[in-house]
Write a protein that binds this ligand. Structure first.
Ligand SMILES: *[C@@H]1O[C@H](CO)[C@@H](O)[C@H](O)[C@H]1NC(C)=O
Ligand SMILES: *[C@@H]1O[C@H](CO)[C@@H](O)[C@H](O)[C@H]1NC(C)=O
Ligand SMILES: *[C@@H]1O[C@H](CO)[C@@H](O)[C@H](O)[C@H]1NC(C)=O
Ligand SMILES: *[C@@H]1O[C@H](CO)[C@@H](O)[C@H](O)[C@H]1NC(C)=O
Ligand SMILES: *[C@@H]1O[C@H](CO)[C@@H](O)[C@H](O)[C@H]1NC(C)=O
Ligand SMILES: *[C@@H]1O[C@H](CO)[C@@H](O)[C@H](O)[C@H]1NC(C)=O
Ligand SMILES: *[C@@H]1O[C@H](CO)[C@@H](O)[C@H](O)[C@H]1NC(C)=O
Ligand SMILES: *[C@@H]1O[C@H](CO)[C@@H](O)[C@H](O)[C@H]1NC(C)=O
Ligand SMILES: *[C@@H]1O[C@H](CO)[C@@H](O)[C@H](O)[C@H]1NC(C)=O
Length: 747
């Protein structure tokens, strides 16, 4: 372990950051995304309109050079990407027809045991058209040679497929990976990147294999998590869209181009485990929300990660009401890494330690006692920050480090050490196992106090070792992972988000052999499978279930598929997550139930438009977005359509201190059996002043596809910083169609 390692604690957990845009020079041109709503008259080539628009603004540019400033013209909506100065961008922002213009910022990418854990065994009933389902994965590309993407037994791509494979160098597609494209508007790739859909990072290979990887009999991460690796829909096809590059993240213009291509190509579901770490931005300034909106119009559901900024409230990303927003849950398998001291004390830690020290012990040293006195003092070296430790002192030793909040970007630096024992100073999250390029374990705060005391004060020759990780059972699973982002929704608190949770902790899936397993540069381990945590890992599980539902119900809308996942989700308990529905939404995905939901809460573009009107979008923007100049948010709509009446499969009410009384309207569509009668079952907490009244309390359906509406009157009284949970279930004896109801006052 003589080599030098620098690792970013934040990068390890949040594969999912946003770099702030550096302040641009007034006159320097930067890339901007200009969004102008729905497709315009198809007779006029959009590109010529875009050039015309730019010509009117780029006065300092000779007219024959204007087109060089147009980097993209999108197809499925009216929009483009252009190089502009800040002033030019301001002029365009004021033009008729422009919904939004925003700088091209970066977003970053945030077993298979998990399927068995949720009661979805390999032998489950499959639709014979599963292989017609195409899942578009927007990520870092794919490693096509992975065992998980073999195409044995696959026929040619479904006839509806219109995409292509950007073969380059030695990248080729097959009948499993039926398409692959990369996106980079500025063409500015770093030296070690190849212009290819090949995944040199690993993240995209991991997410794609979780969704639709084939069955691989024995897979493990260097012995850890050994078992059968498989995706949720092993017969489905994968279409790869790569806007994300190894360590430079993903530019928003490229992410939007990836959506544009996926929509044109005819994918059935889109999966995006990406997001911004900056403040929540309005829907039509967010490329994922814009792309997903136009996908929804074509019946394509977008499944997206909810973010890794938990456990604080209102930390969500990807919260647009036309998205499926997925939080991360734990599984019953944990990885335990014991730390043993020479005095006989043993502490149970957590990490993915694949290194076997064979019980050999090493001298221990506390980071705070080994500062590099030139560049640092002990108040910095205790956190093992970059360049804070004296290399001579730590060489060959196990360094004990205090780690600050994991969301800080402090680099932990263990130069030449034999290993590291770490603990979070506070808060103390202890639910995910991380991988490091040297023997490492995270221990609990009270154990850390004892290790530090032994190391510093109890002996002059402190020695210890770190054992290889072993699997242990966690009987309290599933619960929401600490890092998973929580609601409420930043703009529309009446929309409950995340929608569902799915396994996102310690997930084994395929990896790129050239990607770093620990996200640490210089980690020499090259592996075909690895274990990762994040909402990035939860999202592909929900995507796969959505694809599974789609394979049985190919004509269902995006909202109907999402409804099926939500109303059949396994209810979670507040006992393990105090933020309750704001952490787990409708609950944990339940694939087998999701194909037979009985009733669905459907919604179409018009429903979202009414919702947007209630969000004070003006008529001009609404007309641009819908592409229909007869749409209008006239007073009638504004007054009568409260945003809590979007036909959503869950009910949330934010209210101020004291009494509340609100009526929600919902409509369900019968997709179970033609002749069916559903009775309402309402469960309210006994100790809370909450009353739920449903009218009517019986819904009798005569035909399939029949829609019936009902109202839910939610009334009661709420205290300060309180949250009340209830549920509404429509039950016909076979199907239990459940919607969570949550009332909260967070002020
Ligand atoms: C692809 O080609 C490059 C350059 O020739 C080579 O380094 C790499 O190993 C090849 N990868 C695979 C998977 O064949
Ligand atoms: C290209 O990328 C390099 C390094 O990533 C950066 O320094 C440079 O400014 C970029 N050039 C342009 C034109 O964006
Ligand atoms: C390490 O110790 C454990 C028990 O203390 C023992 O079972 C194991 O065989 C030892 N390993 C080696 C390589 O000595
Ligand atoms: C590092 O530690 C060694 C050994 O104690 C010492 O000789 C050296 O001066 C230290 N270097 C710095 C920069 O503190
Ligand atoms: C340690 O260094 C930091 C940063 O340089 C400084 O703020 C702090 O006062 C120093 N502490 C001591 C005890 O010298
Ligand atoms: C433990 O040792 C450290 C460094 O040797 C010293 O600063 C500290 O005061 C000691 N603590 C106790 C409780 O003796
Ligand atoms: C929509 O806009 C077009 C072009 O501006 C116009 O010709 C047409 O009459 C408008 N239609 C309605 C219903 O306002
Ligand atoms: C809608 O609300 C506005 C302002 O609150 C009011 O003036 C108007 O009469 C209302 N219109 C209807 C149809 O209720
Ligand atoms: C529906 O139920 C009614 C009353 O239970 C029964 O008379 C009728 O035959 C049923 N229709 C179908 C299509 O099952």
């Amino acid at each position: 372990m003589g080599s030098k390692y620098v690792f970013l604690v934040s990068q390890i957990i949040c594969l999912w950051l946003l770099a702030p845009l550096t302040q641009a020079d007034q006159h320097q041109r930067e890339t901007y995304i200009i969004y102008m709503g729905d497709r315009i008259n198809l007779d006029i080539p959009a590109k010529s309109l875009h050039i015309e628009m730019l010509s009117g603004v780029l006065h300092s540019v000779p007219s024959h050079k204007v087109s060089e400033h147009l980097l993209y013209t999108y197809d499925n909506f009216h929009g483009c990407v252009a190089l502009l100065t800040e002033n030019e961008a301001k002029i365009i922002a004021g033009m008729d027809g422009v919904v939004s213009i925003f700088p091209n910022e970066k977003i970053y990418h945030h077993t298979t045991r998990s399927w068995d854990f949720m009661g979805f065994p390999q032998t489950v009933e499959r639709s014979n058209i599963e292989s017609d389902v195409i899942v578009g994965v927007i990520d870092t590309g794919i490693w096509p040679e992975s065992q998980s993407f073999r195409d044995d037994g696959f026929g040619p791509p479904p006839t509806k497929w219109k995409g292509r494979c950007q073969t380059s160098l030695n990248f080729t597609c097959n009948n499993k990976i039926i398409g692959a494209q990369y996106f980079r508007a500025d063409g500015n790739l770093s030296k070690d990147e190849v212009a290819s859909p090949r995944d040199t990072n690993g993240h995209g290979t991991h997410t794609a294999s979780t969704i639709a990887g084939g069955i691989v009999e024995t897979a493990s991460f260097l012995g850890l998590g050994e078992g059968i690796a498989r995706g949720g829909v092993p017969s489905a096809r994968i279409a790869v869209y790569k806007p994300c590059w190894s360590d430079e993240g993903c530019l928003q213009a490229d992410v939007l181009a990836a959506f544009d291509a996926a929509i044109s190509d005819g994918v059935d579901i889109i999966s995006v485990s990406l997001g911004s770490r900056s403040h929540a931005v309005p829907y039509f300034r967010d490329p994922i929300a814009i792309g997903a909106f136009h996908a929804m119009k074509k019946g394509i559901l977008t499944s997206a990660s909810a973010g890794n900024k938990g456990p604080g409230l209102q930390t969500l990303s990807n919260f647009a009401p036309w998205l499926l927003s997925v939080g991360a849950a734990t599984m019953d398998r944990k990885f335990s890494t014991k730390v043993q001291l020479d005095n006989g004390m043993v502490f149970e830690g957590i990490s993915l330690n694949t290194f076997d020290l064979e019980n050999k012990t090493f001298p221990l040293i506390y980071g705070g006692d080994s500062p590099d006195n030139i560049f640092s003092n002990s108040s910095e070296s205790r956190f093992c920050k970059k360049d804070s430790l004296n290399k001579t002192l730590v060489e060959g030793k196990i360094v004990v480090c205090d780690i600050l909040l994991r969301h800080t970007e402090d680099e932990v630096f263990v130069d030449g050490a034999a290993g590291t024992i770490m603990h979070f100073v506070e808060p103390h999250y202890y639910d995910i196992a991380l991988s490091f390029p040297l023997p490492a374990s995270y221990i609990r705060a009270d154990d850390a106090a004892r290790v530090i005391s032994y190391t510093r004060n109890l002996t002059s020759t402190p020695f210890g070792t770190i054992h290889k990780s072993v699997e242990v059972k966690d009987t309290s699973a599933p619960y929401v992972a600490s890092f998973s982002s929580r609601g409420p929704h930043p703009f529309s608190p009446h929309i409950l988000k995340p929608d569902v949770i799915a396994p996102g902790v310690d997930i084994l899936a395929a990896w790129s052999p050239v990607g770093s397993v620990s996200q640490v540069e210089g980690d020499p381990r090259s592996v075909p499978y690895t274990i990762l945590s994040g909402t990035s890992m939860a999202c592909p599980h929900a995507t796969a279930v959505a694809a599974y539902v789609k394979s049985f119900h190919p004509t269902w809308s995006a909202a109907a598929i999402r409804s099926a996942l939500m109303t059949t989700a396994l209810p979670m308990s507040r006992a393990t997550n105090e933020e309750a529905e704001l952490a787990y939404g409708s609950g944990h995905i339940n694939p087998l139930k999701a194909v037979q939901p009985g009733l669905v809460y459907d919604a179409a573009e018009g429903d979202y438009v009414k919702f947007l009107c209630s969000q004070d979008l003006d008529d001009i923007d609404i007309r641009l977005i819908t592409g229909d100049n007869s749409t209008s948010c006239h007073q009638g709509i504004r007054n009568t359509t409260n945003n809590w009446d979007l036909n959503y499969p869950s009910i949330a009410l934010t209210t101020s201190l004291g009494p509340f009384d609100t009526i929600f309207t919902r409509t369900v569509t019968n997709v179970g059996s033609s002749n069916s009668t559903y009775n309402v079952v309402v469960t309210t907490p006994q100790d809370q002043a909450l009353s739920i009244k449903v009218q009517p309390s019986v819904l009798s359906f005569k035909t399939l596809g029949q829609k019936l509406s009902f109202t839910v009157r939610v009334s009661g009284s709420i205290g300060i910083r309180a949250l009340m949970s209830a549920s509404l279930v429509w039950d016909d004896g076979h199907h239990q169609v459940r919607s969570p109801i949550v009332v909260f006052n967070l002020s």
